[in-house]
Write a protein that binds this ligand. Structure first.
Ligand SMILES: Nc1ncnc2c1ncn2[C@@H]1O[C@H](COP(=O)(O)OP(=O)(O)O)[C@@H](O)[C@H]1O
Ligand SMILES: CC(=O)N[C@@H](CCC(=O)OP(=O)(O)O)C(=O)O
Length: 290
């Protein structure tokens, strides 16, 4: 009986948030890191379906870095990353596009549809909503680093995204962009998601990854519940935030700078991490604030 009563209390707690967030856009970035667990993607998209059912307007942006690594290894190619971005030559781009769109995007749309939720894949092999120019990274002494066919977002087609949302469907975006000449560029999925969240002025931007949040100490697993831009700058300088966390922090700041209200990094290995973040008082993970 006590268990049943506490379930009802959870529903009552969620009710206030359901009302607050009805009609609001939430951009959910699903990291490739959680796709190792066979059930994880389906479970997470089950939560996204729940959000849709209670009136939010979710937009999904997915990665797939680990699956691209595996496909590159099968093709005899070594994966190389610079500042969290994959060095991308023509063969790598073709592999990334295939894995991201034919495998992961199709699976994500399939999971949502199976859960009875309308969803539409938006990507470079169909209706693309992300347009980019070539990214130049800077290294020591401001030296230019060429990482090949990698893009930085210039423009997001919010009109098409809003049309899909208005039709009651969930846009599912893969991180390959088109450039002005009609070519294609590989983009880190966090960066795509940050620009989408900013351009849509989303209520929330949730990056779902394989860490409890952002570690603030190299010798401990402890993570911060909130971090300011200045604090993240310091942690990047000290090397505590590095690798795959760099584009996440940058994406959160891009989203907030564009007018998104809140940005969080949560652990997709925790069941229902997304629902805990959005619909309970406690929240989880790390919130980044300006
Ligand atoms: N300060 C930090 N706190 C947490 N994770 C960090 C930090 N710095 C680097 N990382 C790394 O970032 C990884 C998440 O990035 P990534 O592997 O690209 O995930 P995803 O596939 O979800 O985008 C973590 O697993 C961790 O190894
Ligand atoms: C340029 C670049 O790095 N693109 C990424 C796109 C996928 C991605 O970002 O996947 P995760 O979210 O799983 O890391 C890549 O090729 O891995």
């Amino acid at each position: 009986m006590q268990e049943a009563i506490s379930k009802a209390a959870t529903l009552v707690e969620a009710h206030a948030y359901i009302r607050e967030f009805r009609g609001k856009v939430v951009v959910v970035k699903v990291g490739g890191s959680i796709m190792d667990q066979p059930e994880a993607l389906g479970n997470l998209l089950g939560d996204v379906s729940f959000m849709h059912a209670v009136g939010m307007r979710p937009v999904v942006v997915h990665g797939g870095g680990k699956a691209i690594n595996a496909a590159m290894s099968d093709a005899g190619l070594d994966a190389q990353f610079v500042q969290g971005r994959r060095y991308t030559d023509e063969r790598t781009l073709a592999i990334a596009e295939h894995v991201l769109i034919n495998d992961i995007n199709a699976a994500a749309v399939g999971h949502l549809k199976e859960a009875g939720t309308p969803a539409m894949g938006l990507h470079s092999l169909g209706s693309c909503v992300v347009f980019a120019k070539r990214l130049t990274l800077r290294g020591e002494q401001n030296r230019r680093i060429d990482i090949g066919m990698v893009g930085e977002v210039e423009w997001v087609n919010t009109e098409l995204l809003r049309a899909v949302l208005d039709a009651g469907s969930i846009p599912v975006i893969a991180p390959i962009a088109r450039d002005p000449a009609g070519g294609k560029l590989n983009i880190n999925a966090d960066s795509v998601a940050g620009h989408v969240a900013g351009a849509l002025r989303a209520e929330k931007f949730v990056l779902v990854s394989d860490t409890h949040g952002i570690r603030t100490d190299p010798d401990s697993e402890e993570t911060a519940s909130t971090l300011t831009r200045d604090a993240t700058d310091g942690l990047i300088r000290d090397g505590v935030i590095d690798g795959g966390m760099l584009p996440k922090v940058e994406a959160a700041l891009t989203a907030l700078g564009g007018g998104c209200r809140k940005a969080h990094i949560v652990d997709g290995r925790i069941p229902h991490a997304l629902l805990l973040e959005v619909y309970t008082e406690a929240g989880i993970g790390t919130e980044i604030v300006l």
